[in-house]
Design a protein around this ligand. Structure first.
Ligand code: FIX
Ligand code: ZN
Length: 440
């Protein structure tokens, strides 16, 4: 595609040093290459491997529509920066009043430049709504004319999402009832088994297991560990999960507290290994930094990745999916992934899912790991968010890939559109699916 000779010493001419030669031909090729990358990234459907969405059969657990978009925890946190309103007063209002407060403060009284605000506008615009009049009642009216099933199809289409992985917790009463009464599977939705209480709040998890008929005691003796494995097995039977998962605080240690360590070593990881299921670890979340903000009150803290290295080294036959919340952990985490083939990095999570961070993290991962990771997940809490989370990420990922293919072109390496498609598919869920099948 490009003239490799331009950069070689043999090609040096009197017109100046060879490394300065850039012919108009290069520029033309760069332009065509850019267009090709853009086209491929925009048309490649993604596997959204971590969301908080549910299939419509889960009823009100699947949140959608303008009011749910506006009361998203990110916007609540931003709203409070404008209000003197007591926290409890806000929480005592109904959802539509909360949504109106957020709309007025963040969209009418100031320009909605933050990523979460911009996301609402990207979404409404893609759905064909005119955002210029700033007219919330008209937007609500539009939503009132739509039903969830049709809306789901429209959203998945606009977002370019082929499959949505739910986050399913047996510790949640509302969703447990749906699993236990049974629902006919919806091929668009897969499942991940969320087990945070097992490692983060063993007394509560133990009470829950005991109330559900498992013979568990406070100390993690052999019978208790066997019962925890039986609990995982029963729920895996219901959910058919792709992986087990947990978000972890910055001070997670391995080895650490003896109960947690035994649960990991003698219940969770043996179960995962036996069923070839990855364990997804999400380090660096500080829960309830400001409890008054409720679900908007979580923060971030740098994790000790040495603990994770010890875990990955001690369990080479187990597979781990990892995404870290702190920006400060991202480079170390790439290096860890280079050392452990049983680790698959995914997504730019939560506070890192803003364009500047997605650009930096994706660039770094491509440079250190090639194409062996999953570029993004949405973490959508509200169905409609799929649209903006994927539109925004795709634009950034396309920009980074253009740079990377241009760098290759400068060496004379030519890539075809089919090869770019193969690469983008890997980043968009293909590498994840291959990792699920791998056995070590
Ligand atoms: O732990 C998690 O899965 C987090 O993603 C959530 O707890 C968080 O509320 C979120 O949605 C962040 O994007
Ligand atoms: Zn999440």
């Amino acid at each position: 595609m490009l003239d490799i000779g331009a950069g070689t010493p043999e090609n040096k001419t009197d017109s100046g040093p060879a490394f300065l030669l850039v012919t108009p031909d290069h520029a033309l090729h760069d332009h065509r290459l850019d267009e090709m990358v853009e086209r491929v990234v925009m048309r490649t459907p993604v596997y959204d491997i971590h969301t908080h969405l549910y299939a419509p059969a889960f009823g009100s657990l699947l949140r959608w529509g303008i009011d749910d978009l506006l009361v998203y925890h990110s916007l609540v946190a931003e709203g409070f920066r404008h209000w003197e309103l007591p926290y409890e007063k806000f929480w005592s209002q109904d959802k539509s009043t909360q949504a109106e407060l957020i709309w007025t403060s963040l969209f009418v009284q100031s320009s909605p430049v933050s990523e979460a605000c911009r996301g609402v506008l990207t979404t409404l615009h893609a759905l064909g709504l005119d955002v210029r009049p700033r007219d919330l009642p008209v937007i609500r009216q539009w939503y009132a004319g739509h039903k969830v099933e049709g809306h789901l199809m429209r959203v998945m289409d606009l977002a370019g999402v082929r499959t949505i992985c739910m986050t399913n917790s047996p510790f949640d009463d509302q969703e447990r009832a749906v699993w236990q009464s049974g629902w006919s599977r919806d091929a668009r939705f897969t499942s991940a088994l969320r087990i945070d209480p097992l490692l983060l709040d063993w007394p509560a998890a133990r009470r829950h297991l005991a109330a559900s008929g498992y013979q568990v005691s406070e100390a993690p003796d052999a019978r208790t560990l066997g019962e925890v494995r039986r609990f995982l097995s029963d729920w895996s039977h219901h959910l058919r999960p792709l992986y087990l998962m947990i978000s972890l605080p910055p001070d997670f240690a391995y080895p650490g507290d003896p109960t947690t360590t035994r649960l990991i070593e003698e219940a969770i990881l043996p179960f995962c290994e036996a069923h070839n299921l990855p364990f997804a670890l999400m380090p660096g979340v500080k829960r309830a930094v400001n409890p008054a903000l409720r679900e908007a009150g979580d923060g971030v803290g740098r994790a000790d990745l040495a603990a994770y290295e010890r875990l990955f080294a001690a369990f080479p036959r187990n597979k781990f999916l990892v995404t870290a919340l702190p920006r400060e952990n991202q480079h170390d985490l790439c290096v860890v992934a280079r050392k452990f083939r049983n680790v698959h990095l995914f997504g730019c999570w939560w506070f890192t899912n803003v364009p500047s961070m997605v650009d930096e993290i994706t660039r770094m991962r491509l440079e250190l790991l090639g194409l062996s990771f999953t570029a993004q997940h949405s973490d959508a809490q509200v169905l409609d968010q799929l649209i903006y989370k994927w539109q925004h990420s795709r634009r950034v990922v396309a920009g980074v890939l253009k740079d990377k293919y241009r760098d290759l072109a400068a060496t004379g390496w030519q890539v075809s559109e089919a090869e770019i498609s193969r690469d983008v598919e890997a980043l968009s869920g293909g590498a994840f699916e291959a990792f699920l099948l791998r056995r070590f």
